[in-house]
Design a protein around this ligand. Structure first.
Ligand code: MN3
Length: 224
């Protein structure tokens, strides 16, 4: 009897999980791995409350549209303007949130665990002149973003790297955004990403970010 119940509950759980296409990823490191630059409480809340809510609300928005559930998140964002009108905003906000955060976790790494390879530096120099210019321009765009949003380094269709900032959970994969390109580095500028440790000091958070960039992942994305 116990075994039957177990089998039934496993079946229910797996059926339920299979019906929700998008899932919260696991962090590739521990919550405290980015200390002291990002504290473990912020990482925990950011993943398990904020990112989790984007995933739940994205799956909820797609409930009525089984065909759309089969699409990748990239395809949904690239075809945002073609989606049924009743879910465009929900997919823009929550699909954007899910894509942005899934990428963001991978773009972070414990301090000192990666560095800019000579090959990546060459590509950065080709687009910006130097790594310092990339950092300065990125910080300027981050501080220039009023309210919530993201700052990105994107690779455009010609292979050139550019710095762009988008509001809310928008990104440059979305059909509704004028500047197009694949994000290869990004920083969350929402207060939930830094307020516990940095309060209103966004500049200090942006500066601290350079200590925990996963340059290996950036290079992989640049070369894809
Ligand atoms: Mn966030």
């Amino acid at each position: 009897m116990k075994q039957t119940l177990l089998i039934i509950s496993v079946w229910i759980a797996s059926t339920f999980m299979a019906s929700a296409q998008f899932q919260l990823p696991a962090l590739p490191y521990g919550y405290a791995a980015l200390e002291p630059f990002i504290d473990s409480t912020t990482m925990n809340i950011h993943l398990n409350n904020h990112h989790a809510a984007y995933v739940t609300n994205l799956n909820k928005a797609l409930e009525k549209y089984p065909d759309l559930q089969k699409k990748s998140i990239e395809a949904l964002l690239a075809g945002l303007d073609k989606l049924p009108a009743d879910i465009q905003t929900a997919v823009r906000n929550n699909g954007g949130g899910h894509y942005n955060h899934s990428l963001f976790w991978k773009l972070l790494a414990p301090a000192g665990s990666t560095s800019i390879s000579p090959e990546l530096e060459k590509k950065i120099v080709e687009s910006f002149g130097s790594v310092e210019v990339l950092k300065t321009e990125f910080e300027k765009a981050a501080l220039g973003r009023f309210g919530s949003g993201w700052v990105w380094v994107i690779k455009d269709s010609t292979g050139k790297l550019k710095i762009v900032s988008t509001p809310n959970q928008d990104n440059t994969l979305m059909s509704v955004i004028n500047v197009k390109g694949k994000p290869v580095l990004g920083l969350d500028l929402w207060e939930h990403a830094y307020y516990l440790k940095y309060q209103s000091k966004r500049a200090a958070y942006v500066k601290a970010f350079w200590n925990i960039v996963n340059w290996k992942e950036v290079e992989k994305l640049v070369n894809e």
